[in-house]
Design a protein around this ligand. Structure first.
Ligand code: HEM
Length: 124
């Protein structure tokens, strides 16, 4: 069984991304680098996290090889951005996933990629 199945699959990931992006757009550090029209990104993130957590390969079917670090390269991402992204995700998970243990597992799995996407030095 995959993590995807444990935490309730499709419905849970929908709820997570729907709770996550309003927090991103309200975050002073993150909002400026994200598009105002967020719906297409919500859909892509839904597809990506579905396959990232072991569900069907929705992202690859629609958009090809994820190459996520390369796809983030156009945006300046510091450690502060990675921490802010993870903080928004933690708050989204608190709203959606009732098990604290499950929330910790999900967040730990996302920390690797978040820090891997850092491509700029500095505090801002
Ligand atoms: C480290 C902090 C992060 C920042 C600042 C960030 C920022 C962004 C930005 C600005 C975009 C492009 C939005 C647009 O279309 O204009 C994007 C796309 C995306 N991000 Fe992130 N991101 C971060 C971490 C992550 C993580 C940890 C994941 C998943 C594990 C992720 C998954 C995605 C996906 C799936 C897309 C859509 C890629 C596509 O265009 O197909 N991001 N991100």
């Amino acid at each position: 069984m995959e993590l995807y199945d444990y935490f309730g699959g499709e419905g849970t990931i929908r709820k997570i991304v729907n709770a996550f992006y309003p927090k991103v757009l309200a975050h002073p550090l993150l909002a400026p680098i994200f598009p105002e029209e967020i719906e297409p990104l919500i859909e892509k993130q839904y597809q990506f996290l579905t396959q990232f957590f072991g569900g069907p390969s929705l992202y690859t079917e629609q958009h090809g090889n994820p190459m996520m670090r390369a796809r983030h390269a156009p945006f300046p991402i510091t450690v502060k951005h990675a921490e802010a992204w993870l903080d928004c995700m933690q708050r989204a998970l608190e709203e959606v996933v009732s098990s604290k243990e499950m929330r910790t597992i999900i967040l730990e799995r996302l920390k690797g990629p978040a820090y891997f996407f850092v491509n700029k030095q500095g505090e801002e």
